[in-house]
Design a protein around this ligand. Structure first.
Ligand code: IVH
Length: 698
């Protein structure tokens, strides 16, 4: 048993029992924390752990003399520090040589150097290495004395670091006590504190929320490494405890063994021992024999890199034999027996040359930062999307700014952050009030993140989309006019706006690729045929935002005439069933654009027509203003027939029963809806009663 169990003899009788119980609880809590944090394989439900934890806390509160520094209860807490104490490392924390050649040759160069230094001949056996990940975090030295964590320090300048023990204690993956029968008197474990990507995203999400709620002094973090470093160097351990950190062990500092105790003779042996004592060692760690296996490792990890749950910036190769490590020794402050072999950086600095606004096929306006070309994540990046106005403002990217650009894997490049200290003078970004392509108003609807060009079918950026939409089967329908053809016609300048469709001649079409006389003739005939349509199809075909097929039908039925629809106010539009403020506003914006009205006029002038009807008088019908719900199987009508009948009588059919339901039409095997209607006191009709109501016979 480890040193922190007090000898019972020095305590009174009840205290002896308490001491024993506290010891047991600590043992169990250490064990379960390891299962939970390191092995990801808990044996206990969280509540049971919490219960044991609370028992130990209570015991320690009642018997302050039972408190020990490596108790699980000491992970959190402690008062904020004014500053960190300095720590002299017993063994300096050295850095490692970096192989900047990111190609396979980097591994060969290292192996060749090692062999040369060891005086090996070409036909001598291959050198054995341990290949590890190069974690992108913060190096930490953990000092265990007789198995208990007594101190954790940052690397600092390699000689002197900072004492961050109370923050490091909050990391669940770091054992407060080694799981060893006979722990060495002194064991310093070196490794990397890091933050997982998902933990980082969640942390930033919480930070954004705090900022949105007006919290002062809060900020979001640029990347997991900065977030991890910030947490470790946090003077208030309560705050550090809220930052989700993780740890991997990869090496040793000072080691003092008990007399006669045997120790591993290889790096790999030590890693296995550390793992057995409860320290997390990365699963990807491998033995590699000779340069070729190092190259394989570098390539394999490179392929997995983006799928790892944490950031790495390379791999590390270490000579496995400790005897050979000693023989190789150090040059200046770097060991000759280890090297870091990098991958191409996924983040780089560059300058914002402009912020352009692009208009997509659907009219969405997207601010895009034009960047001084920079090589990042293996490609040259010249642009990065800023997504929308809020994103651009949140990151506060300005013309001339120096920014961090990130590109990982196949993910599109993004601006991660601005370096404010390098800002020249740029103004905050504002979304232009007009579409940069066609000059129509740029509209941002309530609750939406995106601005959109209201130019619709007039806007050249949306031209192809607008024509395809108009020509589709459910709209005005021009048979045979598909996306390839529209693409060609627009690119060849045959069509600029929708009305140009009706101005096409045979000779123009014959100029297109793979367009024979017969197909050109067919297309012209289809275009001619499309001139005879319905108001609903025409309105739908205009591609007005939020106006789908059903809404277009409803509008056509309500107004009967296009001119009445075009001149209706938002209030009048909202009287149409199912039309709310968003759709009404969208219709108004569309018809308020002079060029949209112009397009409509031209189409009519070119012969597009439909039977104009009397506006439906919806008020005098049998079910006007009534909402009905249908349930169960009706004796003669299908669901659709019943629905149609109700709608033609001016009623509305809803999917579920509520206070607003006027009638429930119930057939055989009506279930929960019938029950609900009865509870709410809604009138229930059978099919004959419904028909009677519609035909005015009841
Ligand atoms: S070994 C004497 N192994 O990279 C060898 N370092 O300069 C000491 N790092 O800041 C380092 N992953 O924090 C080693 N698997 C790994 C590592 C690793 C990340 C960091 C370390 C240090 C830098 C090396």
């Amino acid at each position: 048993m480890s040193s922190n169990t007090l000898p019972a003899a020095s305590l009174g009788p009840t205290d002896a029992a308490a001491a024993e119980r506290a010891g047991q609880l600590r043992e169990q809590l250490h064990h379960h924390a390891h299962r939970y944090y390191v092995l990801d394989d808990p044996e206990l439900p969280d509540a049971a752990y919490d219960e044991m934890f609370a028992q130990l806390q209570a015991l320690e509160a009642a018997h302050p003399d039972l408190q020990v520094s490596d108790s699980p209860t000491r992970r959190v807490g402690g008062a904020p520090l004014a500053q960190f104490a300095s720590v002299r490392h017993a063994v300096p924390m050295l850095s490692i040589r970096t192989e900047t050649d990111t190609e396979a040759s980097g591994a060969h160069a290292f192996d060749a150097r090692v062999r040369r230094e060891l005086g090996l001949q070409p036909d001598d056996a291959a050198v054995q290495y341990v290949a590890e990940l190069k974690f992108d975090g913060l190096a930490i030295n953990l000092r265990y004395e007789n198995g208990s964590l007594v101190q954790a320090a940052t690397r600092g300048d390699g000689e002197m670091g900072e004492d961050v023990t109370q923050n490091i204690r909050t990391i669940g993956q770091i054992p407060l006590r080694l799981q060893a029968q006979q722990p060495p008197p002194v064991l310093e474990v070196r490794g990397e504190v890091y933050m997982r990507r998902d933990d980082f995203e969640a942390l930033n999400e919480r930070q954004r929320l705090k900022i949105a709620q007006g919290a002062r002094g809060e900020k979001t973090f640029v990347n997991p490494r900065n977030a991890a470093a910030g947490a470790v160097r946090q003077l208030d351990p309560a705050i550090a405890a809220q930052r989700p950190l993780s740890f991997f062990a990869y090496g040793l500092g000072q080691v003092v063994l008990a007399p006669g105790e045997a120790a591993p003779s290889s790096h790999e042996g030590w890693l296995r021992l550390l793992k057995g004592w409860g320290l997390p060692v990365a699963d990807q760690t491998r033995l590699a024999v000779g340069a070729d296996e190092l190259v394989d490792f570098h390539r394999q990890i490179g392929q997995q890199r983006d799928a790892l749950p944490f950031d790495i910036d390379g791999v590390v190769y270490k000579v496995n034999s400790l005897a050979l490590q000693q023989q190789l020794g150090f040059v200046t402050r770097e060991p000759r027996w280890a090297v870091a072999h990098k991958y191409p950086a996924q983040e780089q600095l560059t300058e914002v040359l402009a912020i352009d606004v692009q208009v997509g096929r659907t009219g969405k306006l997207t601010p895009v930062a034009k960047l001084a070309p920079v090589f990042v994540g293996g490609v040259t990046v010249t642009h990065a999307t800023l997504h929308n106005e809020d994103e651009a403002r949140r990151k506060d990217v300005r013309l001339g700014d120096t920014v961090i650009v990130r590109r990982a894997g196949d993910v599109i490049p993004e601006v991660v952050a601005v370096l404010p200290e390098r800002r020249k003078e740029g103004e905050p970004f504002v979304m232009p009030a007009r579409c940069p392509v066609c000059g129509s108003a740029a509209v941002r609807e309530v609750g939406e993140a995106d601005h959109r060009c209201s130019g619709g079918l007039f806007c050249p950026a949306q031209r192809k989309q607008a024509i395809l939409h108009y020509a589709q089967r459910r709209a005005v329908e021009i048979e045979g006019l598909g996306d390839k053809l529209v693409e060609q016609m627009v690119d060849a300048g045959l069509i600029r706006h929708l009305p140009d469709l009706y101005r096409l001649g045979l000779s123009a079409l014959l100029g297109l690729e793979r367009m024979a006389e017969k197909s050109a003739g067919n297309l012209l005939a289809a275009i001619e045929q499309s001139k005879t349509t319905t108001l609903a199809r025409f309105v739908y075909g205009l591609g007005i935002r939020h106006v789908g097929e059903a809404t277009a039908k409803e509008l056509a039925r309500h107004f009967g005439q296009l001119d009445d629809l075009m001149s209706a106010s938002e209030d009048q539009l909202m009287q149409v069933s199912d039309i709310g403020p968003v759709v009404a506003a969208s219709l108004r914006t569309f018809f308020d654009q002079a060029h949209n009205r112009e397009v409509v006029e031209q189409l009519r002038a070119l012969g597009v027509h439909w039977p104009e009807m009397q506006a439906a008088s919806r008020s005098g019908l049998a079910l006007s203003g009534k909402t009905l719900v249908i349930t169960g199987t009706l004796p003669s009508l299908s669901r659709d027939q019943a629905k149609e009948l109700i709608e033609s009588a001016g009623g509305k059919v809803a999917g579920s029963v509520s206070q607003k339901t006027d009638y429930l039409v119930a057939g055989a095997e009506a279930g929960s809806k019938l029950l609900k209607a009865q509870t709410l006191g809604v009138t229930v009709l059978d099919e004959p009663q419904l028909l009677g109501l519609i035909h005015g016979t009841t």
